[in-house]
Write a protein that binds this ligand. Sequence first.
Ligand SMILES: C[S@@+](CC[C@H](N)C(=O)[O-])C[C@H]1O[C@@H](n2cnc3c(N)ncnc32)[C@H](O)[C@@H]1O
Ligand code: SF4
Length: 380
Amino acid sequence: MKPGVYVHIPFCEQRCYYCAFTVAVSPQHAHEPYVRHVIREIQLSQFSQQPETIFFGGGTPSIIDGAWIQKIVEMFPKGAEEISLEANPGTLDGAKLEHYATAGINRISLGVQSFDDDDLKNAGRLHGSAEIFRDIESLRKYGFNNINIDLISGLPHQQLNIWRRNLAILEQIRPEHVSIYMLDVEDRSVWGKSASDVSDDLSTKFYMEAVERLSKAGYVHYEISNWALPGFECRHNLKYWTGVPYRGFGISAHSFSKSAGLTFKRFWNTTSLSEYRDMLDADRLPIAGEEELTREMRLDEAFLIGLRRTSGFDIWSVAAELGIEYPREWFDRICKLEDAGWIQFDGIFLRLTAKGRLLANAVTEELLWPTLVSTSAAIP
Ligand SMILES: C[S@@+](CC[C@H](N)C(=O)[O-])C[C@H]1O[C@@H](n2cnc3c(N)ncnc32)[C@H](O)[C@@H]1O
Ligand code: SF4
């Protein structure tokens, strides 16, 4: 299967209060040197495979000149089937959309977060709802027929009526893809540092409403946080969730590779802009760390990722691939979790129920505890 390519564009006009991603609030003149270094990194990497998907993530890829995005796409062999770009409302214009179309970008992921102006202001967003509607209209006008909308459920002070209005607007716009993330307050974010007023219960309640409404509106709920109209699942993200290799470029980007000897390796770039620049100027790849995945790590990932997909995963394929046996006690645990309504198991596929998805990490941990590797005689 052809690999995916990820390109990280870290620049943002301001850090939103909830965000803990690797971003840089830098002046516009910093964009061009960064892109030149990304291009240098692609050259140095000698990555020459034809990617099936390319994903520009951030940060805010849409704040840099569209010509730079086009130049980066041209570094890869032609023919990627899905090229996505994350855009912030208020940062798009006709010139950028022309460049995107010429570059073959055929999927735009718009970070809407909420259609409510107070929600947006409270979260430190620089755009209002007017920019969101304007950008969606322009995207359609320029022929983009695969649009994702990101929403966050449970923003502080968000009321149920506002969330319901968000869902109603979503149904009207009918984007091809929807991602709904329950608000996560990480220590590194502005809200994490200021102990903001956040309710997990509300976030969960809002999420459950979305699950019900989007399914009635014809969306396929294919991953915990992702819904698509049939045929519009994000092919790039599916690679992450099915263990297909990908190569990441730019600061903080991660890569995953499988070698002929079936070693699985993950490596990641520095998160420092100055280190990234200096290493590339010295003709060195900006890699900050790497690890070979042990069988135990691969097993953990197979469960963690497999259970995030609503279709679940085939436990016997995982066992065959990793050479493990499930002990009898493990099946006893499966029965208990199934009786409690957290999971479903049909003898082959193991999946979380809607209730289980709300506590996905805890249920996954329970299934892996004290780790199948340590309980399996098949593992040396
Ligand atoms: C890589 S981010 C950035 C995308 C783009 N810069 C934007 O803000 O629209 C992708 C998405 O992650 C989500 N996100 C970021 N931080 C989050 C948090 N702390 N909790 C929940 N969702 C979050 C937002 O929905 C965001 O659109
Ligand atoms: S949410 Fe998007 S725009 Fe806001 S700081 Fe994070 S990456 Fe930047």
